[in-house]
Design a protein around this ligand. Structure first.
Ligand SMILES: [Zn+2]
Length: 451
């Protein structure tokens, strides 16, 4: 059935506290620096419909496309959305407050292109400097929105939803150079710094004030979450001599923790003793504590090939080879033991969303995996099986660089004997420690500006 909708374009006017779409006037809510608007009211103004399923919000609005309507799926507390079948990243998560579902004002135009925005213009820019801190006030009429994103410790991207017809801006204080990319209704600036710095934007009555200032030294040491695999009713792999993977993983994790703490890092373990911890709890623990990196520690097994030996490091990505996929299946097997069998597991959208979370750190995760594997190769004396990628559940959804280390093979007699020795456990811990330290030398500089 084809339904014909009258094509409507709704002018979007943003006043300081109200938005109007068509004839509807919607209140804006300020939550911290973010502006939100009721999603229900937006959908109603667009003559669409909305319903909820758990933490999902599904909306259908009339559209000019062939199907005459567009479906959108939002997830509460997530910035990722499915819009007409495509993944879109919103400027901030969709949230629920006092029973009302709130949508970020800055993403309105991207998700609902039928809302047309009145063209705004930057009238003037006033700049000043105090020590190294530079201030730029953009006078905009009517008031516009902005989007601020750190590109590196030395650069920021600023997008203003307004036309910019003025001449170039002067570099002041910490700001070394400003590049301007002029669009019809929005302008993109890149501010380059002379030294690591940060930026803050504040909306004022008649415009936006940006402040660029040098990064203060970090207040806290980096936090590393170590995750000794398996535990409790889940022994992991078991060797011929009875060595249980769960005990070995914990022993190595504790030795690694000592080294990291001595080097000045903060360390937390997902389990300190022989107890069962679900895979989801492990990732949640790292996220909740805002870990800077996550290392899951395991040891290996191969029923098919008792000759298999060596050390390997994984980061999360779809496995490229059958072997990599088989490895993920093996370590994910514990999911069967988890009592409240994870509701996320069979939920494809959640998997996509959590994978995307880790995708942001894919490059860093791969670098961390390589650093650990290189250190192991140089120091450990176990066979080097290389860096691999696979879809380990325990790495999914980690909001930080995350890797999984497989120390050695419990199914190989010789290697099992080695792994039982405290000396070997110390060496594995030392190898991982060296890799982590090398990785953090460059990573620390990169994230220093983000705090
Ligand atoms: Zn394992």
């Amino acid at each position: 059935m084809i339904r014909i909708f009258r094509l409507l374009f709704f002018p979007l006017l943003i006043f300081s506290q109200e938005i109007s779409i068509g004839n509807e006037r919607l209140n804006k809510l300020n939550l911290g620096d973010l502006e939100y608007v009721s999603l229900g009211k937006v959908i109603k103004a667009l003559n669409g419909s909305l319903w909820r399923a758990g933490n999902r919000v599904v909306c259908v609005v009339p559209d000019s496309g062939e199907t005459a309507e567009k479906e959108m799926v939002f997830t509460l507390d997530s910035s990722w959305a499915l819009v007409g079948g495509e993944m879109v990243r919103l400027t901030s998560p969709v949230i629920e407050q006092e029973g009302s579902i709130l949508f970020p004002v800055l993403s309105l135009k991207e998700v609902f292109p039928q809302i047309k925005e009145e063209i705004k213009e930057v009238i003037s820019v006033t700049s000043s400097v105090k020590r190294d801190t530079a201030f730029y006030f953009f006078e905009i009429s009517p008031p516009g929105n902005f989007y601020l994103r750190q590109l590196s410790s030395l650069s920021y991207e600023v997008i203003i939803s307004a036309r910019f017809l003025l001449s170039d801006l002067p570099a002041k204080g910490i700001v070394r150079e400003i590049k301007i990319d002029r669009g019809d209704d929005e302008t993109r600036f890149i501010f380059y710094f002379k030294k690591p710095g940060q930026a803050k934007g504040t909306k004022r009555e008649e415009g936006i004030l940006f402040k660029f200032f040098p990064t203060q030294p970090r207040e806290r040491n980096l936090l590393i979450v170590l995750d000794p695999g398996h535990g409790g009713k889940d022994p992991g792999a078991v060797g011929k001599l009875g060595t249980r993977e769960k005990d070995l993983n914990l022993a190595i994790a504790k030795k690694l923790a000592q080294r990291l703490e001595r080097a000045g890092y903060r360390v937390l373990l997902t389990r300190e003793k022989d107890e069962f911890v679900s895979l989801k709890e492990r990732v949640d623990f790292a996220n909740k504590n805002k870990a800077d990196i996550f290392i899951s520690i395991h040891n290996n097994a191969s029923r098919e090939n008792p000759r298999a030996v060596g050390f390997e490091t994984y980061f999360l990505a779809e496995g490229r080879t059958d072997l990599e996929r088989a490895q993920a299946l093996k370590e994910n097997e514990v999911l069967k033991l988890e009592e409240n069998s994870n509701p996320f597991l069979n939920d494809e959208l959640s998997l996509i969303l959590s994978d995307l979370a880790q995708t942001e750190f894919l490059k860093e995760s791969e670098e961390l995996a390589c650093a650990i594997q290189d250190a192991a190769d140089a120091y450990l004396g176990l066979a080097n099986r290389g860096v691999k990628q696979a879809g380990f559940y325990v790495l999914r959804g980690a909001l930080m660089p995350a890797v999984l280390v497989e120390g050695g093979f419990l199914t190989n007699r010789r290697e099992e004997k080695l792994l039982r020795q405290e000396k070997t456990q110390e060496k594995i811990a030392e190898a991982i420690f060296r890799g982590v330290k090398n990785f953090l030398l460059s990573y620390e500089k990169k994230i220093a500006g983000e705090r």
